[in-house]
Design a protein around this ligand. Structure first.
Ligand code: ASP
Ligand code: MG
Length: 320
């Protein structure tokens, strides 16, 4: 029997109707004979709302109390999902971060996971249950609740998958994968079928908001394949593994307003790629502040704001 980990983001569990879709995905994989562990985020904009509410009480709420508050968002999601699965006839149990054995350092609001005691999870899986775990939270040596920084549920999912030596870690959200360029801004963006861990790490650090950066590092270290998919359609997603396909440019991404990065393993050995980019920049009369080239990335810092049109042009010429 394979163990698989599924993570659903906030928009995937925003209301009862969506929870039902999530439950159906879970049931499908459970019925195929997998041991299923599910990580969920807080519903919809819950975390933003909780932060706002705290700030109506204090200009600077304590980090410890913020963790106490924000962790409640995920707790609502796990309980609701478990109630629903049980109602649909599939045995399930919800666990908070500490119940799931997720031990962290003491950095409230930005804790890192130090270890996971998987005993409780394994026991519940052994009873045939679907185990639903609150994302983004753990506990520290003082038995206080800690959280992992915004978007941290991805990291919970990959860390739990690593601790369980799961076969795969699926990250479900409202986008069906990783694209060659931001599909919300640039026309012609294409979904990438596969990507390597180093490429995904570069993408996260250069501003792509697909996955929490730290989760990719953990996945790489423990060799857990990450599969990003949409909750709302059946399209094939993007698979992130250590298999590297060299010499093609995978993605262009813009960070803040004046940095563009072009990502693809082996890029450093292709002077023609660099030349192509420099031509586009010259043609558009943009001023470069700095250019960095590494094994899998060319990054350019511009002197002024770069319009998305440049991103579009680089994408059109070099990728699509
Ligand atoms: N609920 C948290 C947030 O919105 C964690 C997460 O969604 O991964 O940042
Ligand atoms: Mg969230």
């Amino acid at each position: 029997m394979d163990t698989i980990v599924l993570k659903f983001g906030g928009s995937s569990v925003a209301d009862n109707q969506r929870l039902k879709m999530v439950a159906e995905k879970i049931i499908d994989l459970y019925q195929k004979g997998n041991k299923v562990v599910v990580i969920v985020s807080a519903q919809g904009k819950t975390t933003d709302q909780l932060i706002e509410e705290a700030h109506t009480l204090s200009k600077q709420p304590e980090n410890r109390e913020m963790d106490m508050l924000l962790s409640t968002g995920e707790q609502i999601s796990i309980a609701k999902l478990s109630i629903l699965l049980n109602e649909m006839g599939y045995p399930s149990i919800s666990l908070t971060g500490w119940q799931a054995g997720i031990f962290t350092n003491n950095t409230n609001q930005n804790a890192t996971i130090e270890g996971i005691d998987t005993n409780r999870i394994q026991t519940e899986l052994g009873k045939g249950k679907i185990v639903i775990i609150a994302g983004f939270q753990g506990y520290n040596e003082n038995l206080d609740i800690t959280t992992f920084g915004r978007g941290g549920s991805d990291t919970t999912a990959v860390a739990v998958a690593s601790a369980l030596q799961a076969k795969n870690c699926y990250i479900f959200s409202d986008v069906d994968g990783v694209y060659t360029v931001d599909p919300n801004k640039i026309e012609g963006a294409k979904k990438l079928p596969a990507l390597s861990y180093p490429e995904m790490l570069e993408l996260s650090s250069e501003g792509a908001k697909v996955l929490h950066g730290r989760c990719v590092e953990i996945a790489e270290k423990y060799k857990i394949p990450i599969i990003t998919k949409s909750t709302f359609n059946q399209h094939a997603g993007t698979v992130i593994t250590d298999s590297i396909e060299e010499n093609t440019i995978k993605s262009v991404v813009k960070k803040e307003i004046s940095r563009i990065s072009i990502i693809g393993t082996g890029i450093i050995r292709h002077t023609e790629f660099i030349k192509q980019i420099l031509d586009i920049i010259a043609k558009n009369k943009l001023e470069i502040l700095e250019l960095h080239v590494s094994e899998s990335k060319i990054s350019i810092d511009f002197k002024h704001e770069v319009p998305d049109k440049i991103l579009e042009e680089i994408h059109a010429e070099m990728i699509s």
